[in-house]
Design a binder for this molecule. Structure first.
Ligand SMILES: Cc1ncc(COP(=O)(O)O)c(C=O)c1O
Length: 376
């Protein structure tokens, strides 16, 4: 079997899971690593504790490899929102963001602007269909703008932003801050186009919570003040007292305290798994599965709010049925896990999504259509 086949096989054969955009059930390798590290930390050998203590650096190395960045640019964070806080609370000037962004961007920017007492201003945009296109950014640009904060893949519609094109319209002097929660590990893109990239391991990477990370480029570190810099954010080696060392010159400055080594171990193993399988191959398989979901929706006359071109989407399909609550109930009854929110039902597929899962979706939608038709 190829590494990619091994990766697909690691998803197991329990069908019905189409909720990867909310939570990714832990991979077998991640579970094994957790047990191993917990055992090592449960013993009395300092060398074993030190071994697990290395997981932090190993995780940063793995994330850096996948991002095409240097290890000293990458930090571990308790969550991706912590990473965005590190970036946005240290910025000044005007930052563009879409009103419909996941609150990790919108709320954090709002809070950072309030805390800044006028030094940071949010410029909200509400682009058509929530899509942060280069044109939507150009329309909001002026000399005051210092950064754009944007999701690589929109959590509701699944729209995938074009990082290279956004970089081009921003030019070399403004920061591109990217929330890659819905793309890292499953979308092969030029992450180096961004100055700050945040993500986590508990959805598409199957690594569980506590696995946030953030990368800060040289340009980002020149422009962002490390205001939330803590005891691990200094250039000092080891423990210090009777002094208050300056923030480190590398990305460490954007950390507060030491990471959880078990979470770091989970992240490292999960990142290496996708690296071995190949992100491009994973992306291709997901595109195929998502294409099938769109075909199922079309066949049953359910409106699809997500982009249809595979270049503009990743693993998320947003369905807009006439009676969303009714469809959501039908899916629950059929054992199909999705996210139902407001008028939309969000379906998300991974590389391990099998034909049986898609058949269950198809059958549940067919039953929903029959009932709606009969009742209506
Ligand atoms: C786009 C996006 N950003 C951020 C988050 C929150 O991430 P975290 O829990 O790591 O702060 C989510 C969670 O669903 C998300 O979809």
């Amino acid at each position: 079997m190829s590494a990619f086949d091994d990766y697909v096989a690691s998803f197991g054969d329990e069908p019905g899971y189409l909720n990867w955009a909310a939570f990714g059930p832990l991979s077998p390798a991640v579970r094994a690593e957790t047990a191993l590290d917990a055992d090592l930390l449960g013993g009395m050998r300092p060398s074993a504790h030190a071994l697990v203590g290395e997981r932090g650096v190993q995780a940063r190395e793995a994330v850096a490899d996948l991002l095409g960045a240097r290890t000293d640019e990458v930090t571990l964070q308790p969550s991706s929102t912590h990473g965005l806080m590190q970036a946005l609370f240290g910025l000044s000037g005007t930052v563009i963001a879409a009103t419909g962004e996941f609150p990790s961007i919108s709320l954090t920017l709002d809070r950072a602007a309030h805390a800044s007492r006028g030094a940071l201003v949010a410029r909200w945009v509400t682009p058509d269909e929530g899509q942060v296109t280069p044109d939507a950014v150009v329309a909001a640009l002026d000399d005051d703008v210092t950064a754009l904060a944007v999701s690589h893949v929109d959590f509701r519609t699944g729209y995938r932003a074009d990082l290279g094109a956004l970089r081009d319209v921003l030019g070399p002097d403004r920061l591109l801050i990217v929330d890659a929660v819905q793309s890292f590990g499953v979308v092969d893109d030029d992450y180096a186009a961004a100055d700050v990239v945040v993500g986590h391991g508990y959805k598409w990477l199957r690594a569980g919570r506590g696995t946030g990370f953030a990368r800060f480029s040289d340009r980002a570190r020149e422009r962002i003040v490390p205001v939330l810099s803590g005891i691990t954010g200094t250039a000092a080696d080891g423990v210090y007292a009777d002094e208050r060392p300056a923030p480190a010159s590398d990305a460490r400055a954007f950390t507060v305290s030491a990471p959880d080594p078990i979470a770091a171990g989970r992240l490292e193993v999960a990142v290496r798994e996708v690296q071995d399988a190949g992100v491009a191959a994973i992306q291709e398989r997901i595109a195929d599965r998502v294409g099938e979901i769109i075909r199922i929706a079309d066949r049953h006359g359910i409106r699809v709010a997500s982009p249809r071109g595979s270049a503009w989407r990743a693993g998320i399909v947003s369905l807009l049925p006439v009676e969303p609550g009714h469809l959501a109930a039908e899916l629950v009854n059929a054992g199909v896990a999705v996210t139902a929110r407001g008028h939309a039902v969000r379906v998300s597929a991974h590389a391990g999504t099998d034909d049986e899962t898609l058949r269950m979706l198809d059958d549940a939608i067919a039953a929903f259509r029959n009932e709606t038709f009969t009742i209506g």
